[in-house]
Design a protein around this ligand. Structure first.
Ligand code: 13P
Ligand code: ZN
Length: 270
């Protein structure tokens, strides 16, 4: 068996955590990532018959039985992931009872998966229903997006419209828009269920006063969604109270949608 720390996916995952930390998105232990791995990814690296220990999930994830995840640990700092992946990350399999995670590698200090694992797994379940190649759930605390959530109305439509109008690229990158939750207690099954409900329609979900979720078939795709929202939120915050005299109009967005043949949320435009 080869050392899984040398695998392409652990290296890419760890690099992304470093990048997110350097962008200022993941202070202290802020943020978490989970990445669905296939048997084929593991076969040269992990003896999947050897379970190190079992960790209760706290909810029923029967739709994911037998699936493998590379995931950040709770309380672990993104800035440290690349230096010591085996301490800060774990590779888990969902046991055949649907209620337990089987640790196959990592969490070397006796740690456990992120406190947001319910939201991640419930989101994986919903996204796999609409995108069979879905693999990544990413949660982070980007500054402008968080700031904007304090001062902007919190409906899917209003938030999406404003973000779409901060950069021509936005409607092209996420024509499906942004799902917005009300304020909720984080780390609970309840916020997990509410997030997953939004994930039926959206690949981006805002947690006001806290952060954002992005999903994708690759790490780059999930990251790119969040990065694009954050850039638009930066524009919004930079404009501030000043009057916009050169707006992106609903007509402009419709022209973009027509040109790029976008399947966008038509009910979000006037
Ligand atoms: P964890 O350290 O449990 O991953 O929590 C970080 C976080 O961002 C909570 O929302
Ligand atoms: Zn968080």
């Amino acid at each position: 068996m080869k050392d899984v720390r040398t695998s392409e996916y652990v290296i890419e995952f760890a690099r992304m955590a470093t990048n997110m930390y350097r962008l200022g998105w993941d202070e202290r232990n802020g943020g978490n990532i989970s990445y669905l791995l296939y048997e084929d990814d593991l076969k040269d690296y992990i003896d999947t018959t050897k379970v190190i220990r079992e960790i209760p999930l706290g909810f029923d994830a029967k739709e994911l039985i037998g699936k493998y995840f590379l995931v950040t640990g709770t309380g672990k700092y993104f800035k440290n992931v690349e230096r010591d992946p085996a301490y800060n990350l774990g590779i888990l399999r969902i046991k055949n009872d649907g209620l337990t995670a089987e640790l196959l590698w990592g969490f070397e200090d006796g740690g456990r998966f992120t406190s947001e694992f319910p939201a991640h797994l419930m989101s994986h379940i919903e996204r796999l229903k609409v995108e069979p190649n879905h693999r990544v759930v990413l949660h982070t605390h980007p500054l402008a997006t968080m700031s904007m959530s304090f001062i902007h109305p919190l409906s899917d439509r209003e938030f999406t419209r404003t973000i779409w109008k901060m950069n021509n690229e936005c409607i092209v990158v996420f024509p499906d828009g942004i799902g917005v939750l009300p304020w909720m207690v984080c780390g609970t099954n309840e916020i997990g269920m509410a997030t997953a409900e939004k994930m039926k329609d959206y690949r981006i979900v805002l947690w006001p006063n806290h952060g954002i979720y992005g999903v994708g078939t690759t790490l780059d795709e999930a990251f790119g969604l969040v990065e694009t929202v954050e850039k638009a939120a930066q524009v919004y915050m930079m404009i501030g109270e000043r009057k916009v005299i050169n707006p992106i109009t609903d007509e402009n967005l419709k022209d973009l949608a027509a040109f790029f043949k976008l399947n966008y949320r038509k009910d979000f435009l006037d």
